[in-house]
Design a binder for this molecule. Structure first.
Ligand code: AMP
Ligand code: GLY
Length: 427
């Protein structure tokens, strides 16, 4: 009998995780809670209708299904202590403890951590009181970035262009409570400038291994315009990520972070996702996430030339140093298709057609999809993503966009420039 793994979550990231885990010769079945229409159809995968943030339900499910490993996708259950609960129940789980996941759960906590340990980041001050925050604003020469401290589904950061906008954002967050309890505290942060790069690393508490760097497209519209989203697409390789830079980020950010987390008696196990800005003064941390990125995961995992189960297992056992992780020396592009209204409120469910027309040489990872009377329908903001792996980024981008062109649903939107501005350069 092979291993049974439970993947917690129901987005594109979790579909990619389930797909990659199922490819491990050691894994017989992947249970996904709650999953989506894509994981329901994935060979060797089975959905169970338990919500990712139903911590009691997930712990009970892990016991009932006798899984040998739980892989937690989203940040909410991690910050809420799911891994601690599973540990207490004697279930092996991949992901940080609540104490470690606080690096994502509270931006003010993360900022204190970074400053305390001399890890490069933007200067910032935290406030709970509007008058004090406004008084601070008056002392600044440059317009800052305003951030709700808590989890706000990637929407709690306002990059203001004027002081008036910054002060309106402070009012919105602290008084109007636009992000609810996530806005009890705000950060007023120095605005940095430079290209952005996400560095994701597997961590076992002591060692880390960096995954291929993926660059994502956060804005909704072509040319990086419009509102911020969870991510409209991503690609690898990134033109800004050379080996020397990745090594530098390892030395200046990842290594000191793991060391400091050990010193603080909350060793970091799981994926550490460092959102970096490459400034003229060197790479600086914008934020830490405590999980795989979405859609970065859909780009990176198809490049893995090896066994994801072995890697995650080694992270739990603190034996990452003993295993060899290889990646295909190829390019990958992922293009997200979203519903009308995204990133605002989700549109009503509509049927999706053309999924079968996308050939086996591309991957379709579902996110907000559900089966309605046996047919795949939209069920959320980001609906699905098409990933292609090819020898060059230009070819990967063309193949992913070509896959998207075969799929349709009412109100579908995607960015035709994903992975392309860069691919043009390398053509
Ligand atoms: P976050 O949710 O912290 O990743 O922030 C969302 C986006 O806001 C980032 O990807 C950046 O584009 C932008 N951002 C956050 N912090 C800063 C900063 N200090 N300076 C400039 N842009 C920032
Ligand atoms: N793609 C951004 C994130 O996962 O936070």
């Amino acid at each position: 009998m092979g291993e049974r793994v439970l993947v917690v979550g129901g987005g594109g990231r979790e579909h990619a995780l389930a797909w990659a885990l199922r490819r491990s010769p050691r894994v017989e079945e992947v249970v996904v809670a709650p999953g989506n229409a894509g994981t329901a159809a994935e060979p060797g995968c089975r959905n169970v209708d338990v919500a990712a943030d139903d911590l009691d339900g997930i712990v009970a499910l892990a016991g009932r299904e006798q899984v040998s490993l739980v892989v937690v996708g989203p940040e909410d259950p991690l910050v809420g202590g799911l891994v601690d609960r599973l540990d207490a129940a004697g279930v092996r789980a991949f992901g940080p403890s609540a104490a470690a996941a606080r690096l994502e759960g509270s931006k003010s906590h993360c900022k204190d951590f970074l400053l305390r340990h001399g890890i490069p980041t933007a200067a910032a001050t935290t406030f709970r009181d509007l008058d004090a925050a406004l008084a601070h604003l008056d002392t600044l020469d440059a317009v800052p970035v305003v951030k709700a401290s808590g989890l706000a589904a990637g929407k709690g950061v306002i990059v203001a262009d004027t002081m008036a906008e910054a002060s309106a954002a402070l009012h919105d967050i602290l008084i109007e409570r636009r992000f609810g309890a996530a806005g009890e505290e705000v950060l007023i942060e120095e605005r940095l400038d430079g290209p952005e790069l996400s560095i994701l690393a597997f961590c076992d508490g002591v060692d880390f291994r960096v995954m291929p760097a993926a660059q994502d497209h956060k804005r909704l519209l072509v040319g990086d315009h419009g509102p911020n989203t969870g991510g409209m697409g991503a690609f690898h390789p990134s033109p800004v990520a050379d080996e020397a830079l990745i090594e530098r980020i390892g030395e200046e950010v990842l290594d000191p972070t793991l060391q400091a987390m050990r010193d603080e008696h909350r060793p970091y196990r799981g994926v550490l996702y460092a959102g970096m800005m490459l400034t003229a003064a060197g790479p600086k941390v914008i934020e830490f996430n405590c999980r795989f990125g979405d859609p970065e995961t859909q780009v990176v995992l198809p490049l893995l030339d090896g066994d994801l189960f072995d890697i995650l297992d080694a992270c739990v056992d603190e034996t990452l140093a003993e295993i060899d992780i290889r990646w295909a020396p190829k390019a990958a592009a992922t293009v997200v298709m979203a519903s009308a209204g995204y990133p605002g409120s989700a549109a009503a469910a509509v049927p999706i057609t053309g999924l079968d027309a996308v050939g086996d040489d591309r991957l379709v990872f579902h996110a907000g999809t559900a089966l309605v009377e046996g047919r795949v329908h939209t069920a959320g903001g980001r609906v699905l993503a098409v990933t292609a792996v090819r020898d060059t980024l230009a070819a990967a981008a063309d193949a992913a966009h070509d896959g998207v062109a075969k799929i349709s649903f009412a109100g579908a939107r995607h960015r035709p420039d994903i992975a392309r501005a860069t691919a043009e350069v390398d053509r």
